[in-house]
Design a protein around this ligand. Structure first.
Ligand code: GDP
Ligand code: IMO
Ligand code: MG
Length: 428
């Protein structure tokens, strides 16, 4: 298997950064294909902790080609800041390629994200306020600015002349300050100069790598339940974090995908608003939040915490065709007495095994749980599956039984080495 897609199978923050970094040791190319700096991917290398937002998690390895593909939305100021911070910490030798078709998050997108949330009041989405939704809206509305425009002053002028009058009207109608064309244009021409060395046709680059049979890792951002099409709409992000979206968002054919890994926390978390059937609003939720350090990488918001919901994971399997699971943060559940896994929902007295489309139905779903025996032994130093306590193995094997997906990777700590490998994904 040389081309592997990693997707979040829940509501994001499943540990995609850690798995990308881990599997990245065998990868030639790492690709981010959707989302932007709403993502927060944590990577721990030795004593150092990195939180990446726009930059792919392969950036630490000078041999890896890191690609920001066409489906992404990129805030160039924040991306430069991220690179500068990495350089300050000694990451100076890297390969980065940015698609000329990726869209640029402009300052007015940030203003609008904040204003929409404010106007929605109690119905706010709880976005990361990074301008993601407004930027994707402009892409759909065909008034976006792309990275290829940013690095070409004449194209930038044309694209901004097309967009800004409309954006300024919208800003004023929201009670926000409009932008001066000249000032914004001149500022972004300068920013564009810094990106010129990175911007190219990344679909062409990926085609060449596919022909060479290189190991390519597509690093997902967000998670299936935040998908614009299949998630808990409208409490979702504005792109599709599914495996099916990768070909469109990276400019590769569907046949290029050999294997899909679903990244799945041993429990469930969600940041922002929206339905969450297995949420624990009690001491146990607080305990898991503290033990798992469940605070947003990007916004520092406390993450909502709940039991593992396999209706969600099975739904992600249906949408993305998950071949392997990477079960993350299993160590956090050590010593938790009241272990449960949700295996179905009850809606209006009937059992269902899928995610209802409407918020009204989903918010009325009651989880159907199975109880599982807990384990007390410290598992953080386990290197081999057989060394896990019987009840931890039972937890893993219950997940395999209910989902029908092999758990090929088990993560028992945030560090690279705290990983149990049951099958080498690139060698399946
Ligand atoms: P991502 O957005 O999917 O990359 O995930 P985040 O980085 O936002 O959140 C995952 C968090 O869990 C990070 O703080 C990781 O360092 C941490 N983490 C990842 N795997 C493990 C694990 O197996 N055990 C523990 N205790 N922490 C982990
Ligand atoms: P990673 O890649 C968790 C959530 C936000 C909000 C909703 C919409 O780290 O898993 P947006 O700013 O995208 O318009 O916000 O989506 N969200 C995430 N939650 N992890 C993420 O990324 C997220 N990216 C967006 O909290 O509920
Ligand atoms: Mg995250």
């Amino acid at each position: 298997m040389s081309r592997v897609v990693l997707i979040g199978s829940q509501w994001g923050d499943e540990g995609k950064g850690k798995v990308t970094d881990f599997l990245g040791q065998q990868a030639d190319v790492v690709v981010r294909s959707q989302g932007g700096n709403n993502a927060g991917h944590t990577i721990i290398i030795g004593e150092e902790k990195f939180a990446l937002q726009t930059i792919p998690s392969g950036i630490f390895n000078p041999k890896i080609k890191n690609v920001l593909a066409n489906g992404m939305v990129i805030n160039p100021k924040r991306a430069l800041e991220e690179l500068k911070n990495l350089e300050k910490r000694g990451i100076t030798d890297y390969q980065l390629f940015i698609s000329n078709r990726a869209h640029v998050i402009m300052p007015y997108h940030l203003d609008m994200d904040g204003a929409y949330e404010k106007f929605k009041g109690d119905n706010k989405i709880g976005t990361t306020k990074k301008g993601i939704g407004p930027c994707y809206s402009d892409k759909s509305n065909r008034i976006g600015i792309r990275m290829g425009d940013l690095v070409e002053p004449i194209s930038l002028r044309d694209a901004l002349e097309n967009a800004l009058p409309i954006k300024n009207m919208e800003l004023e109608s929201l009670g926000l300050k409009p932008y001066n064309f000249r000032e914004l244009y001149e500022e972004y021409v300068e920013i564009g100069k810094k990106f010129a060395p990175f911007v190219c046709d990344t679909s062409e680059l990926l085609q060449e790598e596919i022909e060479k049979n290189s190991n390519i890792l597509f690093e997902g951002a967000q998670g299936t339940m935040l998908c614009l099409d299949h998630g808990t709409y409208p409490y979702v992000t504005s792109s599709s974090p599914t495996a099916a979206s990768v070909p469109v968002n990276a400019g590769v054919p569907p046949q290029a995908i050999d294997h899909v890994v679903g990244i799945c926390k041993a429990y469930t978390t969600r940041v922002g608003e929206g339905p969450f059937a297995t949420e624990l609003k009690n001491h146990l939720g607080d305990l898991i939040r503290e033990r798992g350090h469940e605070y947003g990488t990007v916004t520092k918001r406390p993450r909502r915490v709940g039991y593992l919901d396999l209706v969600v994971v099975n739904y992600a399997k249906r949408i993305s065709g998950i071949d392997s699971l990477a079960l993350m943060l299993l160590d956090v559940l050590t010593g938790i007495d009241e272990l449960k896994i949700c295996v179905g929902y009850k809606l209006d007295g009937k059992r269902i095994n899928t995610i209802p489309a409407t918020l009204r139905d989903y918010s009325r779903c009651e989880p159907i749980y199975i109880d599982l025996p807990s384990w007390k032994e410290d598992i953080t130093n386990v290197t081999n599956y057989d060394e896990l306590p019987a009840n931890a193995k039972n937890y893993v094997e219950t997940i395999e039984k209910v989902t029908g997906i092999p758990v090929d990777i088990i993560s028992i700590g945030a560090e690279r080495n705290s990983t149990i490998i049951r099958r080498n994904i690139f060698k399946i």
